[in-house]
Design a binder for this molecule. Structure first.
Ligand SMILES: *Cc1c(COP(=O)(O)O)cnc(C)c1O
Length: 382
């Protein structure tokens, strides 16, 4: 994830309200989760004896229409395991988008640990990529000098494209192409449930043609830890072995899985609220009709917004620092935390702990900071 700005305040921190929009990973477990965790039935999951983990894995596999699932500590490990299983010969290649989490934010684990080489294709703004480019990348009947294509990875919703939901038609076309070359597709569905709620298409349909899929419990769904990796029984058997090799075999992790069950029961449909909250904030920025700060409203569909700044007038870093600062003269005593994408772009992410009131306060603060930079930079221009 991009670096996070330090909080700077003047006066008493306790009087200051904080709205944390850095990521949905900052969301804490719900009271219902904590209750379920306290009474969870547990066993040694490495020995296959944790009933709560088994229940969660079965439930996840059911929702996604896959044969089996395995609980893993993180989304990063889920993706790595998928790559290790699909690209099981060292030096084989997988195709990924150039702004995918797998390529940008997983420390090159696919190269360092899986021994797989990444062939990049350009992500479009909607999170897809050009299928002709994929066609060109696929190594057909590779000769003696070449490696071979073992996997295609996609991301849904697409994080760095601002939470875009991959269109079904594109998924179907990609699947047809991949299928014709016998190449499996892995979906990094860290925020798959946001895609489900936004598109109103069942998860099982979205992932129908995927050889493997993972999704995070620890993002918008509010769990403290965990992801689920789903696929065929054969794939999951191999994934389980690989998880152990990576040190991801956990013992009485039914304590964590119990939160996951609550997430799947109670936290999916309410993601709609996060989507609406995000849109409300984005709309307020758009209504400013400013050339200093902009957001492409039609791209704000789920719980993520990319806010663009005119970097010749204010950098993302300066804007974030001011959002995290409360001055005595400020009319709104609120700290808003966001994350830095690049000098001209800030990312805001919604989650269950952000209330209606937080949304209103965040808007007030963002508008205050926008006006301030707008006025100060206009003066310089004059
Ligand atoms: C957060 C995220 C991951 C990794 O999940 P961790 O649990 O933080 O390792 C993978 N892919 C995407 C798209 C993500 O947003």
């Amino acid at each position: 994830m991009p670096p996070v700005v330090q909080v700077i305040t003047h006066g008493d921190i306790n009087e200051v309200h904080v709205v944390d929009l850095r990521s949905d990973t900052v969301s804490k477990p719900t009271p219902a989760m904590r209750k379920a965790m306290a009474v969870a039935e547990v066993g040694d999951d490495v020995m296959g004896e944790d009933p709560t983990v088994q229940k969660l894995e079965a439930k996840a596999a059911g929702i996604l229409g896959k044969e089996a699932a395995v609980f893993v500590p993180s989304g990063t490990m889920a993706n790595l395991i998928a790559i290790m299983v699909h690209c099981n010969q060292r030096g084989s290649e997988f195709i990924a988008g150039h702004t995918s989490h797998i390529f940008l934010f997983e420390q090159g684990g696919s190269a360092a640990l899986a021994g797989a080489q990444c062939a990049l294709v350009a992500n479009k703004n909607d999170g897809t990529f050009c299928l002709d480019e994929v066609r060109e990348r696929i190594r057909v009947g590779p000769d003696f000098h070449e490696t071979f294509t073992s996997l295609i990875t996609i991301e849904n919703t697409h994080n760095m494209c601002g939470g875009q939901v991959l269109p079904l038609t594109w998924l179907d076309e990609l699947a047809q192409l991949a299928n014709s070359h016998n190449i499996p597709i892995h979906m990094d569905g860290a925020r798959l449930m946001n895609a489900v709620v936004q598109s109103k298409v069942p998860a099982s349909r979205i992932v129908r043609d995927m050889a493997s899929v993972c999704f995070c419990l620890s993002k918008g769904l509010g769990c403290p830890i965990g992801s689920l990796l789903c696929g065929t029984k054969t794939f999951i058997t191999k994934a389980r072995r690989t998880r152990k090799m990576l040190g991801g075999g956990l013992r009485q992790c039914g304590i964590i899985a119990a939160a996951g069950l609550i997430a799947l029961e109670q936290m999916v449909e309410r993601l709609q609220i996060d989507h609406e909250h995000m849109y409300t904030i984005a709309k307020a920025i758009d209504d400013l009709d400013s050339d200093l700060i902009r957001v492409d409203l039609k791209m704000v569909k789920t719980n993520i917004a990319m806010v663009r700044l005119d970097r010749t007038r204010v950098t993302a870093d300066a804007f974030l620092k001011r959002l995290a600062t409360v001055k005595d003269t400020d009319s709104v005593k609120v700290i808003v935390k966001g994350s830095y994408r690049n000098d001209g772009c800030i990312r805001l992410v919604l989650h269950w702990e952000v209330t209606d009131d937080d949304v209103n306060k965040a808007i007030e603060k963002i508008l205050l900071v926008a006006h301030e930079f707008n006025n100060s930079t206009l003066k310089i221009l004059v």
